[in-house]
Design a protein around this ligand. Structure first.
Ligand code: GLY
Ligand code: MN
Ligand code: MN
Length: 429
């Protein structure tokens, strides 16, 4: 029986054999990367594996691991042996996956690459002297990464389940009046990971901190009756990420009404993640949705067209609607429109849009509209946009709540997208 993993591996072999044929290569070496040290210290930075290598194996790869690909041959895994008494041993993981690999164990000093063919290309950090440079190879393989295999979607479903468990615990911690740090710890515990294993540093903002898009701190102060929690945090399943944001209000007030309406809008956008849709158009649809909410909630009196022409929605929603998701939270190739590496960069309407591609079946993307009260942008609006139509007293009222973001992870389909995040939350209820 072909397992999900074996089918995944066959797809990768096919992709890379095509690349070798296209570029006239005899072999490709993928390197996981090496550990790097803090300046003048003997501690290493947290290790982040090169995604191109990680994609080949069903467990987390460590540093100094190599994959050698040659057309028509089983892939070779060069596994690093640890033979020092400072660290735990590093045995090759057992499992059925081994059937499809030739496995070599090697010490750092071993010359395992001694008999590689002349036309061997390298993908990964710190290229080795033996490799030929191959312009365009990285773009060629990156383009294909956007479309996930069934194995990858299955893995991301697991990452979503763990992420959802973390979010539910975080909500409880918020309602119990805990500090940002304790909410984050509750998230980590329930999602079964340490902070180093998170796919990105979790963002946990109470009250005004919810308006800071990448809020980096974790206050230790319990606020007791905090008004808002914005938590943007995901889980990592052997390299694959979930990237989930929820915003909770303590009281059933007009800020909570805004959350509920943004949530409804977000779900409509998720339903629109269909093959053939250009993501730029979905972003534009979001700006229209934000303008509509601003008017309905009496934040801005201008109609939608007037708001769009004055760029009012961008004051409240300054980031992009979403991005490709996979082994990297902001997965590679979001601006790449073909395998030759042609780029389609965001325009000035949406300068921070990380995804400008036309959606295709089995791409996994995030949908993450937001609506924030960011003092810096509001001051700029008042200075730069005459007759902005915004009710500044009403905005003053909302400032202490910070802002809202709702973020789901969605598998693009031809007819009905699969929302991994909503499915995960439903299964936890
Ligand atoms: N967590 C980063 C992002 O949502 O893109
Ligand atoms: Mn995201
Ligand atoms: Mn996020």
């Amino acid at each position: 029986m072909t397992t999900l993993y074996q089918a995944h591996l066959a797809i990768l072999v096919d992709r890379y054999e095509n690349a070798m044929a296209h570029f006239g290569l005899d072999a490709i070496v993928l390197a996981s990367g090496e550990k790097s040290y803090y300046f003048q210290d003997d501690h290493t930075h947290p290790f982040h594996v090169y995604s191109g290598a990680q994609q080949w194996l069903p467990f987390s790869l460590g540093a100094e691991t190599y994959i050698v690909l040659r057309t028509g041959e089983k892939p070779i895994l060069v596994w690093p042996i640890r033979d020092d008494f400072w660290h735990a041993p590093n045995p090759v993981p057992s499992g059925d996956w081994q059937q499809n690999w030739n496995i070599i164990t090697a010490k750092k000093t071993d010359k395992w690459f001694g008999d590689l063919p002349k036309k061997t290309a390298w993908l990964g950090p710190q290229p080795m002297a033996f490799a030929v440079s191959c312009e365009g190879l990285k773009a060629y393989v990156d383009f294909a990464k956007a479309v996930k295999t069934d194995f990858e979607i299955h893995t991301m479903r697991q990452a979503s389940l763990r992420g959802a468990a973390g979010h539910l615990a975080a909500k409880e911690a918020f309602l119990a009046g805990m500090s940002e740090l304790d909410i984050h710890l509750a998230f980590l515990k329930a999602s079964q990971q340490s902070a180093f294993q998170e796919p990105y540093p979790g963002i946990v903002g109470l009250n005004e901190h919810a308006a800071v898009l990448h809020y980096e701190h974790k206050s230790i102060e319990p606020l007791g009756n905090s008004r808002t929690l914005l938590i943007d945090a995901g889980a990592n399943e052997h390299g694959y990420a979930s990237d989930i944001t929820r915003t909770f209000a303590r009281h059933d007030d007009d800020f909570n009404a805004l959350i509920q309406d943004l949530d409804t809008m977000e779900q409509t956008l998720c339903h629109s993640a269909l093959s053939g849709v250009n993501f730029r158009d979905l972003h534009q649809q979001t700006l229209i949705g934000i303008a509509t909410l601003l008017r309905e909630h009496k934040i801005c009196a201008l109609n939608v067209e007037e708001q769009l022409s004055k760029r009012i929605p961008q004051v409240f929603f300054p980031h992009g609607l979403g991005h490709l998701l996979g082994l990297q939270v902001h997965d590679v190739g979001g601006h790449q429109i073909d395998k030759l590496g042609t780029l389609s960069m965001p325009d000035e309407q949406a300068p921070f849009l990380r995804l400008t591609r036309t959606l295709a079946e089995n791409m996994v993307i995030t949908i993450e509209p937001g609506l924030y009260f960011i003092p810096m942008l509001l001051e700029k609006m008042q200075a730069d946009i005459p007759q902005h139509g915004c009710d500044m007293a009403r905005i003053e009222h909302f400032l202490p709540y910070g802002g809202i973001r709702i973020e789901d992870n969605v598998v693009v389909k031809n007819h009905q997208p699969v929302n991994l995040t909503r499915e995960a939350f439903l299964s936890k209820l």
